[in-house]
Design a protein around this ligand. Structure first.
Ligand code: HEM
Length: 380
């Protein structure tokens, strides 16, 4: 959307005053709003903090899943759950509750209290960091909103962040619940829903932060003033889809079968590809098919990323846009290499966690390229 700056309707002596470092005053959609570089900077810093905190919770969540710790806390206590059990009796109670669930009797059969405490630590840390993310998102949002420092055109979009993070807490518990009665692990569908919501929160923050940049020309030029690169947007969407398919690989431990590359079981399409009926179930429940889709889509994504980066870099003169495409190129190569390493090494925790980090790095690079490789909107 092009924002045309209308002349200020107020008499000059009625215009709001502002500190000297806020050198430019422009009007957003709300005539009482004073758009300044300082306001945009404050919002951007909050969004960067949001991105960082979501990244940390994603990594801790990944390790929680990889250590099979996610079901160790069988209750949901949003407030009092901040503290782990503090007495021997408290630990015994939590341990006894855990021993009731199918996972404790199968995957962790014969588990000792000491081992249980280790599992408990990761799930507790994941929930604690998730609460901190909620605070990092909600407190600055309401502060900046009440102080009138968020551009009116962004208020509705950014109001989604505290709502989505609250929803993510509920979603997390909904996922854990799926592993407490019949199954020995959580539902892969709920795991992917939980992962995608985290990524969506990250994308809202990242995209807004990257597009909200003071231009060299004027503070007035801030958001929606240019068309982002369509190729980079398409690439970001593709990376998001690959992330979803990666969630299914992780959710059904499909990284523990066919640990070879590039062939699977001696052929391009694995021999057990279509074993389940009806056919659609293979997409989400058959480890061979789920892994095949993930690696194939990932390789297509790598090809598109390298092709776009090569094309755009030779066409562009702007250094920051060229650098953004360079990031896309390297993160894509690194991420595919990490994926192959994760597979060939039978999913060791540090490598798999790095692979998860790489997914966010590639998505960030693609979004950054979309925000930097822009074309001006033709003026009306
Ligand atoms: C564009 C490139 C790629 C992206 C964005 C990507 C993304 C992801 C994500 C988000 C996960 C889920 C991590 C988790 O929830 O813990 C995952 C898992 C996995 N990916 Fe990829 N991936 C890519 C390429 C590859 C490639 C090329 C391979 C192998 C040939 C691969 C193999 C795996 C394996 C084995 C897992 C399961 C690891 C686990 O159980 O934690 N990935 N991937």
């Amino acid at each position: 959307m092009t924002t045309q700056l209308a002349p200020d309707p107020r008499p000059v002596d009625a215009l709001p005053t502002h500190p000297p470092w806020q050198s430019t005053v422009v009007i957003d959609m709300d005539p009482t709003y004073i758009s300044t570089a300082a306001n945009d900077r404050a919002v951007r810093r909050w969004l960067y903090a949001t991105m960082l905190s979501v990244l940390v919770v994603l990594l801790v969540g990944g390790v929680t899943r990889l250590t099979e710790s996610g079901l160790s806390i069988t209750v949901w206590k949003p407030i009092t759950g901040v503290l782990p059990p503090l007495s021997e009796a408290g630990w015994q109670e939590a341990f006894a509750q855990y021993q009731q669930i199918p996972e404790a009797q199968t995957v962790h059969a014969g588990i000792t209290l000491a081992k249980f405490k280790n599992l408990y630590f990761w799930e507790w840390a994941h929930r604690l960091v998730a609460r901190l993310v909620g605070l990092v998102i909600a407190i600055p949002f309401f502060f900046l909103l009440l102080k009138g420092r968020i551009r009116p055109s962004l208020r509705l979009r950014l109001a989604n962040l505290p709502i989505l993070v609250a929803l993510q807490g509920v979603m997390g518990w909904y996922m854990v619940q799926s592993g407490l009665s019949d199954r020995t692990s959580v539902s892969q569908y709920r795991l992917v829903a939980h992962l995608s919501l985290a990524v969506i929160i990250y994308v809202v923050a990242a995209w807004t932060a990257f597009r909200l940049h003071p231009s060299g020309e004027s503070d007035a030029v801030a958001i929606d003033h240019t068309h982002p690169s369509g190729g980079a947007i398409a690439l970001s969407i593709l990376v998001f889809v690959v992330i979803l398919t990666g969630g299914f690989v992780a959710g059904i431990d499909a990284g523990l079968v066919y640990n070879t590359f590039p062939l699977m079981g001696g052929s391009v399409v694995p021999p057990t590809y279509g074993d389940l009926a009806p056919a659609w179930r293979n997409w989400f429940e058959n480890p061979a098919a789920v892994q095949f889709h993930h690696r194939t889509l990932a390789l297509i994504t790598l090809g598109i990323a390298l092709w776009l980066a090569w094309r755009r870099r030779s066409a562009l003169t702007d250094t920051s846009a060229r650098r953004a495409w360079q990031w896309v190129q390297w993160t894509a190569v690194l991420q595919v290499a990490l994926g192959v390493a994760t597979l060939l090494m039978h999913v060791p925790i540090p490598v798999a966690a790095l692979h998860q980090f790489g997914a966010v790095a590639l998505l960030t690079a693609a979004l950054y390229a979309a925000a930097r490789d822009t074309t001006p909107v033709a003026s009306a």
